[in-house]
Design a protein around this ligand. Structure first.
Ligand SMILES: *Cc1c(COP(=O)(O)O)cnc(C)c1O
Length: 407
């Protein structure tokens, strides 16, 4: 009977005819990169998050690179961040020739521990790079306090946090206003809205915004839109090193459609997260994610901490056998080969909560189109699997996992 049930994926982008029409309209317009659609997408994104400036780029990794460069991160500098994140977070630090300094997450959630940030500051610290992990805002008010006290810029990796909110000075504000100096967003399909690939930088600082616009097109002195509409011949110049981090107009047109859908998508995701919480809370030893009363997550991912005794790989396999895809907890960057070489990174604290989150938790399916029946299929299967495991172990003991589990 279970063979007849459709597979439940871990995520699914919400794309339909409106995005297809938007891309088609742009293709037939003849202007296909960093043109009018990109400009409109930037305006609409800025309005959505309440940011004075928004600059579109090719993805969030390039956004992070430009953000760190804009605040002055360069060779020999240190940037305090988490290891418990997608590898792009720390890679962007290394693109600047700087050293990622990893601190742990707190015991209770999957976000950076502000106390450890304060303790990690050295004379070489050039920036703090916090992550709103899985869409859950990190403790911005404490981080900003620390950053201001030490006159260190704060960059927000908001890759997952489009549509998340924080209670700020007595009212709800979108992540990305920004609250730190710069916020960076991703439009990868694994995030809450998508343009295929794509990224956005928001800031209140016009000098930073001007730098982003320069660097994303090889530091070319004249934008294509300006040259195109000029009656006089213009020669461009390239006064410094830049990059090709442009977003195309097809991506931007898709993004504009996605922004229209965002409120509905976030409302639906929040409803599913509530259902998960209600259904999973009573399972012994399972810890559901908590949302502090000062923030509202977009629930880009819903991560549960497994009971001590449960083996992650076995739980995931048994769920997959029942047609339910899950993912392990968020990776730890310091455990990857790319960070094993001497001088690639530094740890400023133990990373035990980060490591525990990678191996001891799993990400459950969550997407806006998910039905309540599908949510209940997941919760019932998880409850069943967790009850089954001790019985299986009594019959055939689980083999110790190989060293490959770090990967
Ligand atoms: C996805 C992600 C990124 C990278 O985003 P891309 O758009 O794929 O470059 C960076 N940081 C975090 C926390 C992410 O989840």
């Amino acid at each position: 009977m279970s063979a007849a049930l459709a597979q439940i994926p871990v995520a699914k982008p919400m794309l339909d005819e409106s995005e297809a029409d938007a891309a088609r309209r742009v293709i037939l317009s003849g202007w296909v990169t960093q043109g009018p659609e990109v400009a409109a997408f930037e305006r609409e994104f800025a309005a959505l998050v309440g940011a004075p400036h928004a600059c579109a780029v090719s993805n969030c990794t390039t956004a992070l690179h430009l953000a760190l460069k804009a605040v002055g991160v360069g060779p020999g500098d240190e940037v305090i961040t988490v290891s418990h994140s997608f590898i792009a977070t720390a890679n962007a630090v290394r693109y600047c020739g700087a050293l990622p300094v990893f601190v742990d997450t707190t015991a209770g959630d999957y976000n950076i521990d502000p106390d450890l940030v304060a303790a990690a500051i050295t004379p070489r610290t050039k920036a703090i790079l916090c992550v709103h992990q899985m869409g859950m805002p990190c403790d911005l008010s404490r981080l900003i306090d620390i950053a201001r006290r030490h006159a260190i810029p704060l960059v927000e990796d908001a890759a997952c946090a489009i549509g998340s909110e924080i209670f700020w000075n007595g009212k709800w504000e979108p992540i990305g206003k920004p609250h730190g100096d710069i916020a960076c967003f991703s439009f990868h399909p694994r995030k809450v809205v998508t343009t295929g690939d794509g990224g956005m930088l928001t800031t209140a600082n016009p000098d930073y915004d001007a730098k982003f616009r320069l660097w994303r097109q090889h530091a070319m002195s004249v934008a294509d839109t300006v040259r195109h509409s000029s009656n006089a011949v213009i020669y461009e110049s390239y006064p410094e090193l830049g990059y090709n981090y442009r977003m195309t107009d097809m991506q931007a047109a898709i993004g504009r459609e996605q922004l229209r859908k965002l409120p509905g998508i976030v409302a639906r995701r929040r409803r599913i997260a509530t259902l998960y919480g209600q259904r999973l809370r009573h399972i012994p030893g399972l810890r559901t994610p908590a949302e502090p009363d000062w923030c509202r997550s977009n629930w880009q991912s819903y991560c549960v901490a497994l009971p001590e005794r449960a083996d992650q790989r076995q739980v995931m396999q048994l769920l997959l056998d029942r047609g339910i895809s899950t993912r392990r907890g968020i990776m730890n960057i310091h455990l990857e080969g790319a960070y094993a070489e001497p001088g690639a990174c530094r740890r400023s604290s133990t990373l035990r909560h980060s490591e525990r989150a990678q191996t001891g938790s799993i990400i459950l399916p969550l997407y806006a189109q998910m039905s309540e029946q599908e949510v209940f299929r997941v919760t019932e299967a998880l409850e069943h699997v967790l009850a089954l495991i001790p019985l299986l172990r009594a019959v055939a003991p689980v083999r110790p996992l190989s060293s490959a589990t770090a990967g």
